[in-house]
Design a protein around this ligand. Structure first.
Ligand code: ZN
Length: 371
């Protein structure tokens, strides 16, 4: 039984209208929905707690009783045929709250319920996928092999003997107000209401076997390392014919030998010799789409950034494409023979070789370039 005050659970005041209570519950049910919080036990508990609170506060008679007696007032007569709160009743609410009970029907591991045919959901599978920068830029179709649980051929189901196909078990405790019954998913069949009666030798208790499968994953251009793509229904099969979980693909990057990624831009360090920078040249630069030739102006300074428009990554959720930034470095010779040394010494006091204000102010301009 929930210990928290039902009004606190839904985050409404004691004078909240029926409509406010309904809206508050909707919000929580969506927030803690298992699809949004896979494997999160706390979210699951919050979801159940909210459902229980709504069940009481949306019913005039039960609300009155709760306002008067608190949680203790919920166990006595009336309510659900003399019992307390049951999972089946949570499910029955979803139809009028969300219009489509099926959306939420897959929760609770598939509590048995009236028809004994609650759906269960298989677990998600996570795999890593390594991509080159070029693949991340252009997008790519990848075939991956992985292992997933699938229902074995020839599995036969029978009714769960523990819960008689109900999917839930009821526990009755005595209180000073009378008997209180709580209901929880059947521990034997996990709420399915049915059990594997016969199965092939190599299948597990749930009638599932591990199988290697191959699937094709379409990666859109613009993905980045650390992103996750979710493929519905490609995870493990749900026990008892339930729907499958998701395949979650984590993108990992393969390093490029020359290029690095910075957001949607590509960075390249271009090294020029001192004469190339002074005299100008035409050089080849690698991009994610092969080499391009760029012109180096005479008198190009180290630190200058040349922008190759549109050679970066496309924005994955919108318009626009990043650029390739070519950062100019000028190599200062570290070894000189006597002839070269003599030539350099000639330039030592040459006026044109001394940094002037115009060149120094160049680096102030570079600040604007990046802002
Ligand atoms: Zn059972």
């Amino acid at each position: 039984m929930s210990k928290r005050d039902f009004y606190d659970v839904l985050g409404v005041s004691r004078s909240a209208s029926a409509d406010e209570i309904k809206k508050a519950y909707r919000k929580l049910a969506i927030k803690y929905h298992p699809d949004k919080n896979p494997g999160d036990k706390e979210a699951e508990e919050n979801f159940k707690e909210a459902a229980e609170a709504y069940d009481v506060l949306s019913n005039t008679e039960k609300k009155q009783r709760y306002d008067q007696f608190g949680h203790a007032g919920m166990g006595g007569g009336g309510g659900y045929g003399g019992g307390g709160f049951s999972m089946d009743d949570i499910f029955s609410q979803f139809g009028d709250i969300f219009g489509d009970g099926d959306v939420f029907g897959s929760f609770f591991g598939g509590g048995g319920g009236r028809g004994g045919s609650r759906r269960s959901v298989g677990s998600n599978i996570r795999i890593k996928l390594k991509l080159t920068l070029s693949e991340m830029k252009a997008g790519v179709e990848k075939k991956v092999k992985y292992r997933r649980m699938v229902e074995a051929d020839g599995v036969k189901y029978g009714t769960c003997k523990q819960c008689n196909g109900q999917g839930s078990v009821r526990r009755v405790t005595n209180t000073f107000l009378g008997q209180m019954a709580t209901s929880s998913p059947c521990p034997v069949c996990n709420g399915l209401g049915k059990m594997v009666e016969s199965k092939p030798k190599d299948a597990n208790e749930q009638g599932l076997i591990s199988q290697e499968v191959e699937t094709s994953i379409r990666i859109p251009g613009g993905v980045a390392e650390g992103m996750q793509l979710s493929m519905n229904g490609k995870g493990n099969a749900g026990p008892g014919g339930g729907s499958a979980g998701d395949l979650i693909v984590l993108i990992e990057g393969i390093e490029h030998e020359d290029l690095t990624r910075d957001g949607n831009n590509v960075l390249y360090n271009l090294w020029l010799s001192f004469p190339q920078a002074a005299l100008g040249d035409s050089v080849e630069v690698p991009t994610l789409e092969g080499k391009v030739r760029i012109k180096i102006d005479a008198g190009t300074q180290a630190g200058k950034v040349l922008r190759l428009k549109g050679k970066g990554f496309p924005e994955i959720n919108g318009y626009g494409t990043g650029d390739q930034l070519v950062v100019v470095n000028v190599f200062v010779p570290t070894k000189l023979n006597s002839e070269e040394k003599a030539m350099m010494e000639k330039f030592l006091n040459a006026e044109n070789f001394k940094p002037n204000d115009k060149e120094k102010s160049f680096f102030d301009k570079m600040k604007d370039f990046f802002s």
